[in-house]
Design a protein around this ligand. Structure first.
Ligand code: ADP
Ligand code: MG
Length: 698
């Protein structure tokens, strides 16, 4: 294999044969830097080339390795020119079909030649066939042996060949088996036996080259004990690293907020409602933290519409009153702008300076903002991530509030934490999220945070009534919209697309806007999408807030945070394209007042099973936690879940939702390691989060 005997797992991939600077760069792009990283780049699926199937026994849909003699080869001219090659092994015939082929290739496929081929069997017009099989010529007197192990198929990255990845894995496995003086196993025997986990070398060898009898279904679903063992180790490292962050932040200083809360009374007087007991409770927890001289790191979890904003405003007030500055970060400009309006209203007459800081500010605005930040104490700066860019500096930052944290992700959260540290000082942090995740999950995902939960909505809320209808009944909806508007209510119409293409999304929204304008005489209609200028977006939102616009046609830009309590009807087109979390968030734009609200989920038939279950779940419940549980079940084993926009970490092997049932054990193992084997903790963190851990050099 040409692998140097002295290599170790943490050496660069450059050391492996077949890797030059070009391949290295491509590998780096998918996060493969060291030899060990090759081992943690797991196969996506497997091919079974360990047995020959008889052609007569083949079934459409399966992948199979067969051997047969060519009976006829011919070029067919039709809609598409193709080369057809019929093979037989005495038990049946199989057609091989090539759409791209060279003359030389064609000439070598002559009658009587024996081929061994692999591919997916499908039903052709006359017989079963394989399109573009992998094939090789066989000399019947000297046939090569078939594979002894299942063949791993790796997730590809542009420009990397499957063969390259397979060869790298083989080399890395041989390094692993020789790496005697630096044992790769980082889990102590006690952990392995307590949690019944196979050892690392076995697990890695198994997942890269499973034996022929391996359970392919289990492997595909990533539920095989060897894969679960790797997920376990990764989740454990994730958990440990967040706990490490926590320990380090607890060792830092924060400014204790001394104010007695005099402004609170004034604030409550002009507020249109009183706080619920739950809001009071979580505010109490936050205020306790703010009094301390260690930094608060608190997560405020509450379903969409549960009233987190007002709690954060009162926390901010406490800090401002103590003559410290506050930063409130929102994931979108639209939401930042809305918070700016709301807070300006709430904090009027309180001698508090309120700034709006987004990416597109002019130089003079920026200078003015900086001037305020440098010279005034009672300042709250509201904005997007632009708040924490290099050219912005706070003179006395006491509290950072992050709204809708799930839109930022774990890394952004941690890098912000890192930026906040000045010498051994860190501002308090309040992190808000609407992602309703079960407690065991929260304890790992947010292992660095204390958690406060708003578990009941404000009073007088009415359940949102959700209906699911097919897109072709969209005309019926016009009447509903008309009625809502005539009653003085307002409506959202959300256009979605499969692709994340903003251009297409805006185009669709624009077309829908035009159609609806023609159909709905007498209804004031507005359009908002991501490609509009900030000014335009602000103007549209302001008109909608003031009920000058009755129907707002929007892209998913309104997904987070937008709060117009008078809106009572939400229509989502092509709802089947969105995930449960996202739909729940969108629906949460209505049902924010005391009026009865409705949500219409339109879908494009035919609906797949999974999409159907998702829509049914939404029809059956408004409860975010219930929806989260259901989401876990629906994702089920084997589904590629994608944790994007849920605020959950994107891991290499584990999927925190799919593997949620490991988390109880992971938490117990973390405890055991910290108590009995602290020397393993660093090694584990380094292995799994090595390069990302820069932020917590706290
Ligand atoms: P979220 O938790 O999704 O951020 P918001 O803070 O936007 O929710 O609150 C949703 C709506 O509920 C807002 O219009 C807000 O003014 C209102 N609200 C919040 N708390 C109460 C309360 N205690 N009583 C009545 N309405 C409330
Ligand atoms: Mg909110």
């Amino acid at each position: 294999m040409g692998t140097k005997a002295s290599l170790s797992l943490t050496d660069s991939v450059l050391e492996l044969s077949g890797v030059g600077p070009k391949v290295e760069e491509k590998l780096n792009r998918v996060g493969i830097l060291t030899i060990q990283d090759c081992l943690f780049h797991l196969p996506l699926r497997y091919q079974d080339k360990t047995r020959l199937s008889l052609i007569g026994t083949l079934q459409a849909g399966q992948e199979a390795l067969v051997e047969g003699t060519i009976e006829i080869t011919q070029v067919k001219f039709g809609r598409r020119r193709s080369l057809l090659c019929l093979i037989s092994d005495g038990t049946g015939t199989l057609m091989l079909r090539f759409f791209h082929f060279s003359r030389a290739q064609q000439q070598r496929l002559e009658k009587g030649t024996v081929l061994r081929c692999y591919g997916q069997i499908r039903k052709g017009s006359q017989s079963l066939e394989i399109a573009h099989p992998e094939y090789r010529h066989i000399d019947p007197d000297n046939a090569p042996a078939i594979e002894k192990q299942l063949t791993a198929i790796y997730p590809l990255t542009e420009g990397l060949q499957q063969r390259t990845l397979q060869k790298l894995a083989t080399q890395a496995l041989s390094v692993l088996s020789k790496d005697e003086d630096k044992p790769a196993e980082l889990l102590p025997d006690e952990i392995l036996s307590t949690f019944d986990l196979p050892d690392l070398v076995y697990a890695l060898s198994y997942v890269h080259c499973p034996p022929p009898e391996a359970d392919l279904q289990l492997l595909k679903a990533r539920q095989h004990p060897t894969q679960q063992r790797l997920s376990f180790e990764e989740l454990l490292s994730q958990h440990l690293s967040l706990q490490r962050v926590r320990q380090k932040t607890q060792a830092l200083q924060a400014t204790p907020m001394k104010s007695q809360g005099q402004l609170r009374k004034k604030f409550m007087q002009q507020l249109a409602f009183t706080l619920t007991p739950t809001q009071e409770k979580v505010l109490g927890e936050i205020e306790q933290d703010l009094k301390k001289d260690i930094p608060m790191l608190r997560l405020l979890q509450g379903d969409v519409g549960s009233g987190k904003t007002v709690v954060s405003a009162l926390a901010a007030l406490r800090v401002l009153e103590s003559d410290c500055q506050v930063a409130l970060m929102a994931p979108t400009e639209l939401l930042a702008e809305q918070h700016f309006q709301t807070f300006s209203q709430w904090f009027k007459d309180m001698d508090v300076e309120i700034l709006l800081i987004t990416g597109k500010a002019s130089k003079s605005d920026r200078d003015a903002n900086l001037n305020v930040l440098n010279n005034k104490q009672r300042v709250i700066a509201i904005g997007t991530h632009a708040l924490f860019q290099k050219d912005i500096s706070f003179s006395n930052l006491g509290l950072i509030i992050i709204d809708e944290q799930h839109r930022f992700g774990v890394h952004q959260r941690l890098s912000l934490l890192d930026k906040g540290i000045v010498e051994d000082y860190l501002p308090h942090q309040l992190i808000m999220t609407a992602t309703p995740i079960p407690r065991t999950l929260a304890m790992t995902v947010y292992a660095d945070l204390d958690i406060s939960i708003i578990d009941a909505p404000p009073p007088n809320r009415q359940e949102i009534n959700t209906v699911v209808i097919s897109n072709d009944r969209r005309n019926e909806i016009s009447a509903r919209i008309k009625t809502a508007c005539d009653d003085g209510r307002q409506v959202y119409w959300v256009c979605t697309l499969i692709e994340e293409s903003e251009v297409l999304q805006c185009q669709t929204a624009t077309e829908t806007f035009q159609q609806l304008s023609e159909r709905l005489d007498g209804v004031q209609i507005g359009l908002i999408h991501g490609r509009m200028k900030n000014r335009e977006k602000e103007a549209i939102m302001a008109s909608f807030k003031e009920n000058k616009i009755q129907l707002l046609v929007a892209t998913t830009v309104i997904e987070v945070g937008v709060d117009v309590p008078n809106a009572s009807l939400m229509i989502i087109e092509n709802a089947e394209r969105l995930g449960l979390f996202q739909l729940h968030q969108l629906r949460g734009r209505v049902g924010r007042g005391s009026v009865k609200s409705d949500c219409v989920l339109m879908y494009q038939a035919p609906l797949g099973d999974l999409a159907r279950s998702r829509l049914e779940t939404l029809r059956n419940t408004n409860d975010g936690f219930e929806i989260a549980e259901k989401d876990l079940q629906l994702r089920g084993p084997g589904e590629l879940t994608g944790t994007r926009q849920t605020g959950l970490p994107d891991l290499r092997i584990a999927d925190i939702l799919r593997d949620a049932r490991l988390l109880g054990d992971v938490q117990r193992a973390a405890k055991m390691l910290q108590e009995k084997y602290p020397q393993h903790v660093d090694l584990l963190i380094k292995r799994w989060l090595g390069k990302e851990l820069d932020y917590s050099n706290v």
